[in-house]
Design a protein around this ligand. Structure first.
Ligand code: G3P
Ligand code: CA
Length: 266
């Protein structure tokens, strides 16, 4: 695995638009992804689960209740898991109105849809395997999507694809199927040096929630293993600056345009 795309970033760190830039528009929709080029992230992060018919789709939560009108369209199924809905059913949902009326009609998108928004602009993708234990087969489905469109091979060759998950076993299954993209293991806290050292034998980067971080000490412990250090989700200019000052290599934010401004002193 390689992290060359990161090393080539003129910023000196990687600016990741969390959930397609969910601070500006409903997460992981056309409205959010369409804003990416003007926000100047290096990468966008997406959460991937499987539809009932096996299509990798973009959805963060285990259910559709927070980010769609599922309760109106499928009364009685609102609390059902994402992976009990077919893609055709997901496409009947409004994924924008929950955020603001002006986003009415935004659709649930697939992983393959992301290509159209990032590949022409040289923007990378952090693909988070979200709740893979609840989405068995998601790794093979993602590999199948990538093998079906040569643009994914181009993205991978250009170091613009990264796999990430809280689930170590899922990352290992994913890299067995698609060995080139780097791996980012995320955990809500920084574990012991022993656990970090083991992770460094297979992961390229370790990510954690900035609020649980023990400052520069934890960043140093991560980097001492040879892994890069990633922090999520930094949404105010103050914490963005703090993350940069601590030496984090990758910052995830809902406001990638604001992070670009912090970095440039604007
Ligand atoms: O990968 C870091 C971040 O995306 C994890 O948080 O809950 O937004 O998926 P969450
Ligand atoms: Ca995520």
């Amino acid at each position: 695995a390689t992290t060359a795309f990161a090393e080539e970033s003129a910023r000196g760190f990687v600016n990741v638009a969390h959930r397609g830039g969910g601070g500006y528009a409903p997460e992981m929709t056309d409205a959010a992804f369409s804003l990416l080029p003007s926000q100047h992230p290096d990468v966008t992060e997406v959460d991937v689960q499987l539809s009932a018919d096996g299509v990798p789709v973009l959805m963060h939560d285990a259910t559709l209740q927070r980010t769609t009108d599922v309760a109106d369209v499928f009364p009685g199924r609102a609390a059902d898991l994402v992976n009990t809905f077919t893609l055709a059913e997901l496409k009947q949902l409004d994924a924008g109105s929950w955020y603001h009326d002006r986003f009415a009609g935004e659709e649930v998108l697939t992983l393959d849809d992301v290509l159209d928004y990032v590949q022409p602009h040289g923007i990378g993708v952090f693909i988070e395997l979200k709740d893979p234990a609840a989405n068995p087969g998601v790794e093979q489905a993602i590999a199948d999507v990538m093998n079906a469109d040569p643009r994914w091979a181009d993205m991978i060759a250009d170091d613009l694809v990264t796999f990430t998950s809280f689930d170590q076993a899922s990352l290992k299954r994913m890299t067995a199927l698609q060995p080139e993209p780097p791996l980012v293991w995320v955990n809500s806290t920084v574990p012991s040096d022993t656990v970090l050292a083991e992770a460094a034998t297979w992961a390229d980067e370790f990510g954690t929630h900035y609020r649980t971080l023990n400052g520069a000490t934890d960043i140093a412990r991560i980097k001492a293993t040879g892994m890069r250090a990633m922090l999520y989700t930094l949404n105010s200019p103050d914490v963005m600056q703090e993350g940069l000052d601590l030496g984090a290599d990758t910052l995830i934010t809902d406001f990638s345009g604001a992070l670009s401004a912090v970095e440039s002193g604007g």
